[in-house]
Design a protein around this ligand. Structure first.
Ligand SMILES: C[S@@+](CC[C@H](N)C(=O)[O-])C[C@H]1O[C@@H](n2cnc3c(N)ncnc32)[C@H](O)[C@@H]1O
Length: 370
């Protein structure tokens, strides 16, 4: 049996709370940039007319990393328009652990939820991809997504000598960029249809900044090259087959700021013609908390490696697992995956210099024209 080719069929962050507990850096990204969303709320000049205020967090995973951003944003909405019921929709792919979302938001975990603090908030979930319509047309006040838009719906081709488009040969990379451009336009267009006139879309996207930096590539070691080297090592020593290596491709496209803003600035594009406008764009780097803790505090390479690998694993594991043949038993597959991350951990522990998963984001705020 071959691998799943559609991201919807296999993608999910590690469940049962693993994602948000291991991915504190993604929380920092949102907490640090929450002011952009608060400013967007101000700019909407909301009217307190008793109608529903609808917001969605797209690609929310278990909802733990965004909980404090929403505490501030929904708190502000509550203060600004006290009479309006708030509908909060957590969106992710169907295999996402939505039970964990509800456990977090309803206070059944150690995470401090905003729900008891903010009256008249109604929480729902949707398992519909952000490439498709999530809510009825012209009913959305605020669309939000962090660290998710780099996922493309299907991979356009296998990458022969790497596992990610950032390390692919030029023709392969161009194919991913082409798919990435189509999916980005589609995602924007679907949101533009859903937004109410005057509604806002705030997107914190993984991307490539003007210095060529991207996730895990801000210093001496390139995380995706390390993935490719270690996965290739498993192919070289016969642990996995060459076909399995070829079938392992992150279903992702990292875009530049220029690629992000193109459909919002080209007056001929379908996105522009739909009335979606760019209000703000900027790029930022957020430091890897595990590398920072290692360098500035404990200075213990073994501890760094032990703490660091789970944050990589929380989001990358489904791609490696999906590359493996479905003919293998579940036990065999999980043994291979454990040994792969074990090798990464040993590598970091042996020489930690330059390893870091710094986050590189391109932040966009868009408005639906009135
Ligand atoms: C790295 S996680 C980010 C989670 C959270 N937003 C954060 O910043 O911590 C990316 C999430 O996007 C989801 N995702 C990927 N493609 C998606 C799509 N087409 N529609 C909705 N969610 C998607 C994944 O399942 C995953 O939960």
């Amino acid at each position: 049996m071959s691998k799943q080719t559609n991201t919807t069929e296999f993608m999910a962050m590690k469940p049962a709370g693993y994602y948000s507990s291991a991915t504190i850096g993604a929380k920092h990204v949102m907490d640090n940039a929450a002011q952009m969303v608060l400013d967007a709320i101000d700019a909407m000049s909301l009217v307190d007319d008793g109608t529903i205020f609808r917001a969605t967090d797209m690609g929310a995973a278990d909802g733990g990393t965004s909980i404090d951003l929403w505490r501030r944003v929904l708190g502000k909405v509550r203060k600004t328009v006290p009479s309006r019921p708030i509908e909060m929709i957590y969106t992710d792919l169907p295999r996402n652990d939505f039970s964990q979302v509800f456990q977090i938001v309803h206070g059944l975990t150690d995470t401090d939820s905003y729900l008891p603090e903010i009256p008249n908030v109604h929480v729902y979930a949707s398992g519909t991809s952000f490439h498709h319509p999530i809510v009825p047309a012209a009913t959305l006040d605020l669309g939000f997504s962090a660290t998710a838009s780099h996922y493309i719906e299907t991979v356009p081709c296998n990458i022969a000598d790497h596992v990610h488009m950032v390390g692919a040969a030029p023709a392969e990379r161009a194919a991913y960029e082409h798919t990435g451009a189509q999916d980005w336009e589609r995602m924007l267009l679907r949101r533009s249809e859903e937004l109410k006139p005057g509604g806002r879309l705030c997107l914190f996207n993984f991307g490539i900044d003007s210095h060529g930096r991207y996730l895990g590539n801000t210093g001496a070691q390139n995380m995706f090259d390390t993935f490719a080297e270690l996965w290739g090592g498993l192919a070289n020593d016969g642990t996995i087959t060459r076909e399995e290596f070829l079938n392992t491709n992150f279903p992702q496209c990292y875009r530049t700021q220029g690629q992000f803003v193109a459909p919002l600035e080209d007056s001929e594009s379908t996105v522009f013609r739909s009335g979606l406008r760019l209000d703000h764009v900027e790029s930022r780097v957020v430091r890897c908390p595990f590398e920072q803790d290692f360098t500035e505090n404990h200075k213990d390479p073994e501890r760094f490696a032990r703490n660091y690998i789970p944050t990589l694993r929380s989001w990358s594991e489904p791609t490696f697992a999906n590359g493996l043949s479905q003919d293998r038993s579940a036990e065999q597959r999980s043994k291979i995956i454990d040994s792969f991350y074990g090798r990464y951990q040993q590598k970091v522990a042996a020489n930690p210099d330059g390893h870091a998963m710094d986050y590189v984001h391109i932040y966009l705020v868009c408005r639906k024209e009135k």
